[in-house]
Ligand binder design. Sequence first.
Ligand code: PGA
Length: 245
Amino acid sequence: MKTIIANWKMQLSLKDSLELAKQSAKKIKAGKNNVVLCPDFLSLPFVGPILKGTNISLGAQDSATADRGALTGEVSPLNLKALGVKYVILGHSERREHLHENSALINLKIKAALANGLVPVLCIGEKMTVRQAGETGELLSQELTIALKGIKIKKASDLIVAYEPIWAISTNKKARPLGAVEADAIHGFIKAKAKKILKQSVAVLYGGSTNSVNASEFLAQENVDGLLIGNASLTIKDFSSICSL
Ligand code: PGA
């Protein structure tokens, strides 16, 4: 079973999120794959009840470094858990870039998420300049080492890594997906590194310009355990067809 996570980012109005959630509950045949929808925070409490009774899980796009405290504007992992959230995307490249999150901060967020029974989806990935310099492996190792420092998980399914080359994310200029065979090799590298740190073999998802045409190629790769999907998760036709692959 592979895991398919929809990252709706901040792309939808509340009304559109609820509509897409309703269509997803009706059209997505989860079961073959583990399907997760990550709406924005304000939509979460309304999307949760729509997904009740389906096999689709609820995910959030971020969470705070602590359960509670003087953290104006932050969102508590404790309260996400209370809303029925199972997964939380942490360290997405858009947050690293626009909100200056670094791996040390993401490490604290992972710890707080795990302490509250959420499954962190740790995002890592390199910029094109790093790729061109031949330093992708080094960068990914560094991100994993810092973000996973001191993290203890009980079982493999307690944490997921998502490899998203930043240059491949569809909203970036000249974005194009990584080749599926190269993705497989990089995923193998990430798995080995994560296993060394965590002493557990966790799932590694691919993200970056995936769609209903190329998804099957990625999912066919041994080391690609699923997909983190932005743009193509916003259209029910595309997303439901990927989920049924
Ligand atoms: P994309 O986004 O599928 O639109 O490239 C992926 C992501 O940013 O998580």
